[in-house]
Write a new protein. Structure first.
Length: 246
């Protein structure tokens, strides 16, 4: 699953990387602030590239909401759906069958730029957070789908069955976010991409050798402190995990 991410790149860096522009200049100062721990269950605003305007970076609320809802329904829906993951993730295997995903899968796909994300590793009833990022400190492009509710974009990050690396890291659920390479981003956002192309994309795994991963502080799990600070990305070594993962 993918419930926690980080985004430390500026808007300009995203614009240059994806060859896009921010939807409105008033958003630039809001999203230029580095965010080291973005908790999905707080339903934060994040910048996404929507298929319908793939030339733009637009604010979206993390947590997809079904069509037919109004802006006033969004918060109650999140409260009601928390036991189902609050719409933060969408299983790629259900992309063309789930009532909430099937329409969006062909007409409302999006890319969510992040610099990294967090996954839990479990050992002896304890959870150890891992931080996964590009080994070259580059942006990672997560695949998503979205719905528009009044003036709000609400989105979900797609997950897939884990690659061998993520089977070891996320060893309980054995899931991972769907990370797209450069060609995959183009195909994902292309309105002319066929169902066959989309099905192929959601089955592909991002090359493991291009990823960096290490354990971080368990403060990440704290509900009593603000964990959106630079040190949350620092490597923390746990003796009980040494040589137990790989």
């Amino acid at each position: 699953m993918c419930y926690k991410t980080s985004d430390t790149k500026t808007v300009k860096e995203k614009e240059q990387h994806y060859r896009v522009k921010i939807a409105e200049e008033r958003f630039r100062s809001i999203f230029d602030k580095p965010r080291y721990h973005i908790n999905g269950f707080a339903h934060p605003n994040m910048l996404i590239i929507p298929m319908e305007r793939k030339d733009l970076l637009a604010p979206g609320v993390w947590g997809i909401v079904p069509g037919g809802k109004t802006a006033e329904d969004i918060k109650p829906y999140y409260k009601e759906s928390v036991k189902y993951g609050s719409g933060l993730n969408a299983q790629s295997e259900k992309l063309f069958s789930h009532y909430l995903y099937r329409e969006a899968s062909m007409v409302r796909r999006c890319v969510i730029p992040v610099t990294g994300f967090f996954e839990p590793h479990h050992q002896k009833n304890k959870s150890f957070p891992y931080y996964i990022s590009s080994g070259k400190n580059e942006l990672l492009s997560l695949a998503g789908i979205y719905n528009v509710i009044d003036t709000y974009i609400t989105f979900s990050i797609l997950t897939q069955k884990a690659s061998p690396l993520f089977e070891h890291i996320h060893n309980k659920k054995k899931r991972q976010p769907l990370i797209l390479n450069e060609d995959g981003v183009e195909e994902w956002l292309n309105p002319d991409s066929s169902m066959e192309i989309i099905k192929k994309l959601v089955q592909q795994h991002y090359p493991e050798e291009k990823l960096d991963y290490y354990t971080v502080s368990k403060d990440l799990y704290s509900t009593k402190m603000d964990t959106d600070f630079p040190n949350i990305l620092d490597r923390i070594n746990y003796p009980e995990l040494q040589e137990s993962l790989f």
